[in-house]
Design a protein around this ligand. Structure first.
Ligand SMILES: *Cc1c(COP(=O)(O)O)cnc(C)c1O
Length: 423
């Protein structure tokens, strides 16, 4: 029998992959805690929690137990006309931890659909109220997913050439700094007089796919405040930042102005099941609530509110609120701070950023995105048993909260080794 890497090549088309340039996929056979195991006996510390999902560790016993139990009771059921306990309990728990203005929970099945729904809510909100607004506002270099609406608002569009002619109308603003925020506000004030911007979609505080770029909370809050005054719906895409990563449950908790709509996925289900959630305020919901059937939100996915995903999410939220995980979050934050202090003077380090447990360092080297240095770094880390996915010249860590101190030290050591060698 051929190994997984060989068998994979026959039928599988991988995401975000040019197969002619990159044909070997590593076969992973097992994952536990912060460790991934490959088919050749190799072990890797999962330094990015498998794209920010498995925050309580892989194959977490507590979550597994809950999902296994649910599987034998109710696996899947249509969510139009029916409801069930896991979805109801999850809505209650989410409302309990989300910013206090959130009142309604709409389920879908991944991060792109969560943002897609948020965009549709914003457009239809104004449409239903009789004043159609056709433009969406977004940050430069934002990332919101790969479906058409999500792709349209994403600013990282290097590979979107074939689709650009079909995008929805989007205008972009810079992420705020202390220096530029005055200009952004001036420019926006003028632009807003046209009353045609339906919503503003933004990754609060940290732009993940843009290489963990971080922006000023105070500046963002000023922008949100201004947009709020002009009835531009605020759509916080917390697909990456949600569930504790910024040190608070949600990045929006760092800001006084609350979003109208929040998009969630990734760590929502602790890496066990795909699910997306779009929450909104009563005011947004009320614009759809009508005797006119056409004013409803006609969007739905077959696996909406899948009971197993709901139970995984419930167990995840329970863990997030536990004293142990809160302690782990504080421990990882402190540990990253110490590492940052240690390497910030290194000649190869241009900049260090940290927001909660998200740590990023830019190398002092100019290069193109996804260039060869990125591949060499990736291979270097893997050879040393650490799974990190550098973005351009940025190395970032976003490990499970449960990563042990010695595993974390290993990640730091390998990064330092890479800095000190000619990778
Ligand atoms: C990953 C991500 C998405 C898309 O989620 P998928 O589940 O991959 O479709 C959207 N927004 C942000 C901020 C993300 O990080």
């Amino acid at each position: 029998m051929k190994n997984l890497t060989e068998r994979d090549k026959k039928y599988i088309w991988h995401p975000l992959t040019q197969h002619k340039l990159n044909s070997d996929m590593l076969g992973i056979v097992k994952a536990k805690g912060a460790i991934l195991y490959d088919e050749n006996g190799g072990e890797y510390i999962d330094g990015i929690a498998s794209w920010y999902t498995s925050m309580y560790g892989h194959c977490n016993e507590y979550i597994l137990e809950k999902v296994q139990h649910q599987m034998a009771v109710l696996d899947q059921v249509v969510f139009s006309g029916f409801t069930h306990e896991p979805a109801i309990r999850l809505s209650e728990e989410l409302i309990n931890i989300l910013p206090s203005n959130q009142q309604k929970i709409f389920f879908s099945d991944n991060g792109s659909t969560a943002t897609e729904v948020g965009i549709k809510m914003a457009l239809q909100y104004h449409y239903n109220r009789g004043n159609k607004r056709k433009v969406l506002l977004a940050f430069e270099e934002g990332f919101h997913g790969d479906t058409f609406g999500a792709m349209s608002v994403s600013g990282l569009s290097v590979y979107n050439g074939p689709f650009e002619d079909y995008f929805i109308k989007v205008e972009r603003i810079l992420t705020p700094t202390k220096e530029n925020v005055g200009d952004i506000l001036l420019q926006l004030t003028e632009r807003l007089s046209q009353n045609d911007i339906a919503g503003f979609i933004y990754e609060p505080l940290v732009q993940g796919a843009a290489a963990m770029k971080m922006h000023d909370a105070e500046g963002l809050n000023m922008i949100l405040e201004l947009l709020n005054k002009h009835q531009v719906l605020l759509i916080a895409d917390e697909v990456m930042t949600g569930f504790g990563k910024t040190g608070k449950n949600f990045a929006s908790d760092h800001l006084p102005v609350k979003p109208d709509i929040i998009c969630l996925s990734k760590a929502l289900t602790a890496g066990l099941m795909p699910m997306g959630v779009t929450s909104c305020t009563q005011q947004v919901y009320d614009a759809f609530y009508s005797t006119d059937i056409a004013k409803g939100l006609f969007h739905g996915h077959t696996y909406t509110a899948n009971p197993l995903a709901c139970v995984a999410a419930l167990a995840g939220i329970e863990l997030l609120q536990s004293e142990q995980i809160q302690k782990d979050i504080r421990r990882v934050i402190k540990s990253h701070q110490e590492f940052g202090l240690k390497i910030k003077g290194h000649p190869k380090v241009a900049e260090i950023r940290q927001c909660g447990i998200i740590f990023a360092l830019d190398l002092n080297i100019k290069m193109e995105r996804y260039g060869r240095l990125r591949d060499r770094l990736f291979n270097f880390f893997m050879t040393h048993g650490v799974f990190l996915r550098p973005l351009g010249n940025t190395i970032y860590i976003l490990a499970p909260y449960t990563i042990t101190a010695s595993q974390l030290k290993r990640v730091y050591d390998i990064i330092e080794l890479a800095l000190d060698s000619e990778v």
